[in-house]
Design a protein around this ligand. Structure first.
Ligand SMILES: C[S@@+](CC[C@H](N)C(=O)[O-])C[C@H]1O[C@@H](n2cnc3c(N)ncnc32)[C@H](O)[C@@H]1O
Length: 222
């Protein structure tokens, strides 16, 4: 059985359904662990590079799993999976994968970006996927794990309540659920980032916005 790191363990703990697809499966350890533990009945691994595709095939041999060589959702039909995960890439690439075939994105989406999670929070707002939970797994970095759920089509004009009552720009940058929980490790990471940014001679526009957002959060919450 593959030993999942804390990052993929945290993702796996949020998945329980009949059919789950993993885009960018690489070693396919996530799907194998989900299948072996009975959290899913069937897996669909999607890879667009030959060696990771072969790795996925080898890992999932003997399991109820399909391994497909495809570019993101080009390898998944609409309605085929109950949930999807995309892990271990930048937020830019994940957003482009999600935007390429919006009609094929399942009801439940788990995303573990290595950077720029704010792009995915904006994707959720733009495409009517509510951000229902956020976790952080500590590894080489602090990795956010975002869980989205498609808003039902009868709630016309509604909004994602996760952001209600919060400093919107700060919530997009740092996560509405994480801000609400305001746990000490999260606050410590914000303080560390602010200390680092204050030491820089010149801040670009983005770091300046991050520092300003952290300072607003600290004022409101302490
Ligand atoms: C850094 S690895 C992450 C592997 C695994 N998901 C994890 O988190 O440990 C990213 C994987 O995504 C694959 N990938 C990148 N873009 C893709 C796309 N558009 N469609 C399918 N796979 C993709 C790469 O080939 C690579 O194997």
């Amino acid at each position: 059985m593959p030993r999942l790191d804390d990052r993929l363990k945290a993702v796996a703990s949020q998945i329980r359904c009949r059919v789950h697809a993993d885009i960018g499966s690489d070693h396919a350890h996530l799907l194998k662990a989900l299948l072996a533990s009975g959290r899913i009945e069937r897996g669909i691994a999607i890879e667009n590079k030959p060696q990771p595709f072969r790795n996925s095939k080898a890992t999932l041999a003997g399991y109820d799993a399909d391994v497909r060589f495809a570019d993101g959702f080009a390898g998944l039909a609409a309605g085929e999976a109950d949930s999807v995960s995309i892990c271990g890439m930048g937020g830019e690439l994940m957003t482009s994968i999600l935007d390429a075939h919006p009609d094929r994105v399942p009801e439940v989406v788990l995303l573990q970006p290595n950077r720029r999670p704010e792009l995915l929070r904006r994707w959720g707002l733009r495409c009517r996927f509510d951000l229902v939970d956020e976790q952080v797994a500590i590894g080489h970095w602090a990795y956010p794990i975002l869980r989205f759920s498609r808003r039902s089509s009868d709630t016309v004009g509604s909004r994602d309540v996760a952001y209600d009552g919060l400093d919107f720009e700060a919530a997009i940058l740092f996560g509405p659920h994480l801000i609400r929980r305001w746990q000490s490790d999260f606050v410590d990471r914000l303080k560390d980032e602010a200390t680092y940014l204050r030491k820089l001679d010149r801040l670009g526009e983005e770091p300046e916005q991050r520092l300003a957002a952290i300072e607003r959060l600290m004022r409101v919450n302490t």
